[in-house]
Design a protein around this ligand. Sequence first.
Ligand code: GLY
Ligand code: MN
Ligand code: MN
Length: 437
Amino acid sequence: MTKIALSEYQTRRAAILSQMLPNSACVVGSAQSVTRSNDTEYVFRQDSYFWYLTGFDEPNSTLILLKDTLGQTRQVICCQPKDTQAEIWHGRRLGCDAAVATLGVDEAFSSDTLAQTLFSLFSGVDTVYSLFTQPIQVQIDKCILELKSVPKQGEIAPTQKIDCQGWLDAMRLIKSPAEIDIMAEVATISAQAHSVAMQVCRPNMNEYQLEAHIQFEFAQRGARQPAYTSIVGGGDNACILHYTQNNQVLNAGELVLIDAGGELEGYAADITRTFPVNGRFSEDQAALYQIVLDAQMAAIELLQPNSLIADANQVVIEIITQGLIDLGVLSGSLKDNIDNLTYRQYFMHGLGHYLGLDVHDVGAYSIAGKACPLQPGTLMTVEPGVYIAPGSPCPARFHGIGIRIEDNIVITSSGNRVLTDKVPKTIAAIEALMAQS
Ligand code: GLY
Ligand code: MN
Ligand code: MN
């Protein structure tokens, strides 16, 4: 089980049940193991929604929440049955008997009988809620068709299917104190790993060797896996936003961009730092870096309860665009560069995103065309960047410089808290840390 109390999972399920219509069922499936090649599999990663509702880390499992016509509720789990041979080969299973108490549900059935269980639970139910993106849709549809094909035996098939993703996304967007504690912990672990990377980086190291230090530090500090494939890009590789080859030599005189975060109890950190491979920023690198840092710090100031991400982003665009004009990377007026979107050749992504069980976490950014103001308990990244790819229409001395600075913040009732402040980001602090090593 996890650091989240059983009662919190029960509260989450109760919140779903309270929104369900009478005489309905809600089905949420686990992830399945995914083949890597032939008969080997990727490390199992639970489905984020299933994990959010159960804290149960096994594949082949299904949560079924039921509400009858009188509003009485029942919580059912289908999970892998105990099986000595399967457990010798593939790992321990909780099993149906233990699942009831461990997961705090009313009943547990073997996943081997999922089709029959769905058939009996759906019979007579009007509405089935589910997540339309989940593969469990196939079994839900099959079950409904089977129920419809046996009218003479008195089975009654559900008549409507409703996607309940919006309910879950709204819940997942606002983190509980227990979730914030875990996310603060993985943010600190990840920040410490980035600090180590700054200290061990040397010219002529390969990008994947620097990546190895980051991953070692994640695991050593309690986060076994990265939350996403780490990006370690030296020189102009930093200008490829989702660069993951990580197989080039790091050269003195170049910057290296590391975008990496650990995963703890399913929760992600997402940090980027950019620093000089040899420990000293050149004048041009420092000038561009300071623009990104000024923009990032201005954004963090602005991201408060009830503020809009778009408003902070506008300030970031203005700081970056003016900075690039001042350096001669862009020419013309601030207004023209912003109106004509010319700044987007150097800053082409958004300011940040929600963070949680998914690195690009769920939750609405706008509803009916209206931007959603930030609420306390929201975790997000703040990650402006400037990327001057080779061949860009600007002085050649700036070519091949890519810079992003990414922190994770939680919106509080009075402002925000930066969770990733254990890794330096000012030029002076980065150079001082690298000089110590
Ligand atoms: N690591 C992916 C991102 O920063 O959005
Ligand atoms: Mn990132
Ligand atoms: Mn990010």
